[in-house]
Design a protein. Sequence first.
Length: 271
Amino acid sequence: MHFDQLLQQAALIGQLPPSEQTYATMQFPANWCQGRTAFGGLSASLLYQAMRQQIEPSRRLLSISTNFVGPLLADADFSLSVEILREGKSSTQVLAKALQNGQVSVVVQACFAKPRDSAIKVPVTKTMSLKPVNERYTLPFQSGAMPEFFQHVALCPQQGAMPFTAAQTSHLGGWMKLKQSPAELSEAHIIALTDAWPPTLLQMFNQPAPASSMSWYLEFVKTPQLAADEWLGFEAVTHHCKDGYGLEDGCIWSQSGELLALTRQTVALFD
């Protein structure tokens, strides 16, 4: 199933009044899974797409925080609920949940805002260190050796190493895109693609073992205006890891080197 088809279903649920949302359900196929649960970028982007329907277009996404509470299973009904926590003159705070079998699977809180007049301006100081994308080095999908959702995503690594290779580095970077281009490249697609990369620390494992994203935070610098088939850059570093938990930060870039968003996540390690 094409990613945009899933987004369309989430948008339809998001357009419903809150009292009707719990009675509307959707499903996703197992080829969008990571292990036994939905690929985290998928579940976060579906919740974003549902909440976007409740927000006036003039308010852009500033930040989105995701907590993965429990598994969201494939080929089984689940519902999306959207609650406006507060709507002010300039910003809107929204809470959304994915619920399955009477339990919360994923929680997303986001802030949307419209432009305001201000004399304070600070330019972006970060610069991208990625080299131009070389599609010859795009990772091929290997069934059984990679998460199933990986068949929908193209990753072209440039920095760091492959998972479970006992690497001495904990940074990671490269290029990413959906293998089937969307109608337009929106925040929902950037959310999903950002989570397609493995945790930065997985490359330091000396044998296969699980790692799980516990919380994930994205801040958008601007509304993306990108070609539908454009590659996006990703660079991440590990700030700290101890007692089985790691903290990583990253940047998402346009193909021309423009900063689009900042990402941070906390990862639980089970090595």
